[in-house]
Design a protein around this ligand. Structure first.
Ligand SMILES: [Zn+2]
Length: 215
């Protein structure tokens, strides 16, 4: 992929720049400690395994297991066809917010493991698995387009975060960075290894502003 010299990168799709914080009652929380399927299944087997201590909307300290929605992370070897996640509901009657908890290795919205996506959009350093199921060309193209789009809103988010290290990354890449540039710079600064580079930035973005998406 060669960026056009002298031109800023194209704007990202609107789904990548809208925050959901105020529009939705509840949402997705990412558990950054859960890095693989075995750890996820251990947590899932215990109703308390993923239970948030407080509701992220109202602060109430009782949340019940609501349901176990299914995710279908296609195209990653060693990943089953169905991965269940857990959704909790806030017990405060005036709130009732629901929270889906996603383990770190699953990409929100993309129906894939982050590793699968990273192999396509940032192949450098990633082991190629000949046995990994193929990904449709259109899907690969969509992912590449997203990573080539402007990272401006994410750069501003990091710059305004109040964290010295995050501000340094933002000023290093600048406002005209593409999402792929920002991901590389973030991986550099945080020593995120190939395989977790996308996941690392995606969860940082989500932590700063829930709903905002890397891709
Ligand atoms: Zn609540």
């Amino acid at each position: 992929m060669s960026p056009s010299i002298g031109l800023p990168p194209p704007d990202p799709e609107t789904c990548l720049v809208g925050s959901r914080v105020s529009r939705f009652k509840g949402g997705t929380l990412i558990d950054e400690d859960v890095q693989d399927l075995a750890a996820h299944e251990r947590r899932l087997s215990d109703p308390d395994g993923y239970r948030p201590r407080r509701c992220a909307r109202c602060g109430h300290d009782v949340l019940h297991v609501h349901c176990y929605p299914a995710r279908h992370p296609r195209g990653e070897l060693g990943m089953p066809a169905v991965v269940r996640i857990v959704q909790y509901v806030c017990a405060a009657v005036e709130c009732g917010a629901t929270w889906r908890i996603l383990p770190r290795f699953l990409a929100r919205h993309l129906w894939r493991a982050w590793k699968t996506v990273e192999r396509v959009v940032m192949p450098a350093g990633m082991p190629r698995s000949a046995a990994a199921p193929p990904i449709p060309e259109r899907t690969e193209q969509r992912w590449r387009t997203r990573m080539a789009a402007a990272a401006r809103i994410l750069v501003v988010l990091l710059a305004a975060s109040g964290g010295v290290a995050l501000e340094a990354i933002a000023s290093r890449v600048g406002l005209d960075a593409r999402r792929t540039d920002l991901t590389e710079a973030y991986a550099d600064a945080t020593h995120a290894a190939p395989g977790v580079r996308l996941a690392a930035l995606a969860e940082q973005v989500h932590r700063l502003e829930r709903g905002l998406r890397l891709m």
